[in-house]
Design a protein around this ligand. Structure first.
Ligand code: UD1
Ligand code: CA
Length: 418
């Protein structure tokens, strides 16, 4: 059966106390809403729509390209957000997941499982639930005498008995698309917050005689909603542990996994060693036998095999020990992409490609330059907008001057220069 998803990301997130919309805040370098959209794609859904509203000019650039963007002009509640997607899914008759955009740790397999349970039972809705010692802030799952889900009550509308229930609404659901949009037409805003609650759809579907089911999760961390800075830090801790455990299991050494931060899209090969206070962010990848850190930060950087980066080095959008080096194919045809040493205290800025068997030493800054194999730039040097050949040797304190206060010029240095 066809499966699609809606990601809710229109709210302001006032509890964050921020100029930035909540879903644009990052966990391990990736915005909250991106975690959820990526999880939906990984779960194999065919169509994803993301609902934006508050400060949408900051949210749209994060998601456009691989989701349909739907605008909720007035943020009048989660039901209003889903209703804004009515046109986008007008012809759609299948499993439609609704995913809350502020819960970054949802697993793709859980999204897929919700859809599977809905299909198997031809349910109107399956809601993912979790039991919490402290359910403060979450909607409570109210069951009838037979243990069937009757409705969801929001914290602010709950009686003391209802508030004492510790089974909570995760904010992740899979609906029968037609049942969902039919029910949404009946949701009112007659409640403590004066909002249209998506959660009211469950009682409406039940009254219509359709199965309403709950799927309990055994890992409440995947439903952690980020409403405050404290919860943002908590989500980061969980994400760090989940990601680092996977890399440890795959053969990466970390002296202290609590002191290593790795983004969710980073690729690391076997026998890499990560020293404390290392940050690997964005689309970074690290080849076999390389050593990174301590105190180093790599963003969107490709590191080849057997390279050493750090201590105290900062690299952004660079290629290190990389086989795309312009000259590398001539000499190191079969052995490209390894044995390059960067640091300590090196700063490699965007647009730099640094080949194999290279030494970039202390207090060296490289920007938008290619450095061919075997070159040594050992200390106190700036190389900007330059193309440097093979086996060159930079003396201490060298600068490639390239700017005449109007125009920047490229510097070209041939092979074997001193
Ligand atoms: C919601 C649920 C609650 C659940 C919790 C799980 C409702 C009424 N309540 O509460 O039962 O336990 O999530 O995390 O659904 N949003 C919009 N448009 C709006 C309002 C919100 O797109 O008009 C988006 C927000 O950006 C956010 C998500 O919907 O990503 C949830 O909104 P939020 O205000 O955080 O709801 P909660 O109070 O956490
Ligand atoms: Ca929330």
């Amino acid at each position: 059966m066809e499966a699609a998803a809606i990601v809710l990301a229109a709210g302001a997130g006032t509890r964050m106390k921020s100029k930035k919309p909540k879903v644009a805040h990052g966990v391990l370098g990736k915005p909250l809403v991106r975690w959820v959209v990526d999880a939906a794609h990984a779960a194999g859904v065919t169509q994803v729509a993301t609902v934006v509203g508050h400060a949408r000019e900051q949210v749209i650039p994060l998601i456009e390209g691989d989701t349909q963007v739907v605008v909720q002009e007035v943020q009048n509640g989660t039901a209003g957000a889903v209703l804004a997607c009515a046109d986008a899914f007008a012809g759609f008759d299948g499993s439609l997941s609704v995913l809350t955009g502020d819960c970054p740790l949802i697993k793709p397999e859980t999204i897929a499982r919700l859809a599977q349970v809905r299909d198997e039972n031809n349910a109107a809705v399956v809601v993912l639930t979790m039991k919490l010692d402290d359910p403060t802030g979450y909607g409570r799952i109210i069951r009838d005498a037979d243990g069937q889900v009757e409705r969801i009550v929001e914290q602010k509308d709950a009686t003391p008995e209802e508030a004492a229930v510790n089974e909570c609404n995760s904010g992740f659901y899979c609906f029968d698309a037609r049942a969902l949009f039919d029910a949404l037409a009946q949701v009112s805003n007659n409640n403590a917050q004066g909002e249209f609650y998506l959660t009211d759809v469950l009682a409406i579907c039940r009254a219509a005689g359709r199965p309403v089911l709950a799927l309990p999760t055994d890992d409440p961390s995947e439903c952690l909603g980020v409403n405050s800075r404290a919860q943002l830090a908590e989500a980061t801790k969980y994400a760090q542990r989940r990601i680092n455990d996977a890399h440890l299991a795959a053969g990466v050494t970390m002296t202290d996994p609590d002191q290593v931060w790795i983004g969710p899209d980073v690729v690391i090969e076997q026998d890499v060693e990560l020293l404390p206070q290392t940050f690997l962010m964005g689309s970074t990848s690290v080849g076999e036998d390389s050593v990174i850190g301590p105190n180093s930060r790599l963003t969107d950087t490709v590191v080849g095999c057997g390279c050493t980066i750090g201590p105290n080095s900062y690299l952004e959008n660079a290629k290190i020990g990389d086989d795309t080096n312009v000259n590398s194919s001539q000499v190191y045809n079969s052995t490209v992409g390894y044995d390059t040493h960067i640091g300590p205290f090196a700063y490699i800025r965007p647009g730099s490609t640094i080949g194999s068997h290279i030494r970039v030493g202390d207090f060296v800054e490289i920007k938008n330059s290619t450095i061919a194999d075997g070159t040594k730039i050992s200390h106190l040097t700036y190389v900007g907008d330059s193309d440097v050949g093979q086996n060159c040797n930079f003396g201490c304190g060298t600068v490639t001057v390239n700017y005449d206060r109007a125009k920047k010029y490229r510097t070209t240095i041939g092979d074997n220069a001193f």
